[in-house]
Design a protein around this ligand. Structure first.
Ligand code: PEP
Length: 252
């Protein structure tokens, strides 16, 4: 069966308590008729309940991070196997907040992606430049280097999607121009092709950073954009569903 190519993933970050599962229920009810694949990544403690709420629908549930090891003495961490055991099928890796709050390097992100594949999860690997790097004109080299070091050799279009998230656009209401997004996505595609060859061809490239119902349609029309990673606007079902409905119908 053809699968929707466009992927819209919501990152709830450290937000959400049990009553907020009603938002996931509303999104799950809308997901079946969407032209995009929908994923919500709630905090780890809500994954099992979210998976139950989404059961029988096309909404997928993901984690926001995982440890490279499957188990062991790693206080406070969650393994990819644990995420999969409670119903997650996706995991966000290398989000800029993990890179800055927890000192995650690209090498650590690559190790986490290998763990995700081992557990059968699809990794959404995040890359993006700071405002300073954008201003200095080093965006492309920064993103290319981050991607090359964060991507394991085993990455392919079925087990990985890439999210380009300029750090200065996250939660700020600022969005790069269409041309800037297209340029970075083209550079990402070139790195993927060099590193993975055929395996990179169909890999989905998401844009993330202040995607809202008001700008989603125009972002999805940018060449090379296969979907979005959405933070703040994924917390309210009505906003997330508006973004889902703005997705064009493209199949793989
Ligand atoms: C994010 O944190 O991944 C993100 C894109 O956030 P926001 O949509 O709120 O900018």
């Amino acid at each position: 069966m053809a699968m929707p190519r466009t992927l819209i993933a919501g990152n709830w970050k450290m937000n959400g308590l049990i009553p907020d599962l009603s938002e996931i229920k509303t999104i799950a009810d809308a997901a079946n008729s969407a032209s995009a694949e929908a994923v919500i990544c709630p905090p780890a403690i809500l994954i099992e309940r979210s998976s139950s709420v989404a059961s029988g629908t096309t909404l997928r549930i993901g984690g926001q991070d995982c440890h490279p090891a499957s188990s062991g003495a790693h206080t406070g961490d969650v393994s990819a196997e644990m995420l999969a055991a409670v119903g997650a099928t996706y995991v966000i890796l290398g989000h800029s907040e993990r890179r800055s709050d927890h000192g995650e390097t690209s090498a650590m992100v690559a190790a986490k992606a290998v763990a995700a594949y081992r557990a059968g999860l699809t990794a959404i690997i995040c890359v993006g430049e700071t405002e300073q790097e954008r201003v200095c004109g080093t965006t492309l080299s920064v993103v290319e280097a981050q991607l090359a070091a964060s991507l394991p050799d085993a990455a392919n279009a079925s087990n990985t999607a890439i999210a380009y998230e300029p750090i200065w656009a996250i939660g700020t209401g600022q969005v790069p121009t269409d041309q800037e997004i297209a340029e970075v996505h083209a550079a990402i595609r070139a790195v993927l092709t060099t590193k993975l060859r055929e395996g990179a061809k169909e890999m989905r490239l998401l844009y993330g950073g202040s995607v809202k119902p008001s700008n989603a349609r125009s972002i999805f029309a940018i060449p090379g954009v296969d979907g979005a990673l959405v933070g703040g606007a994924s917390l309210k079902a009505s906003d997330f569903i508006s973004i889902l409905s703005a997705a064009p119908l493209r199949e793989t």
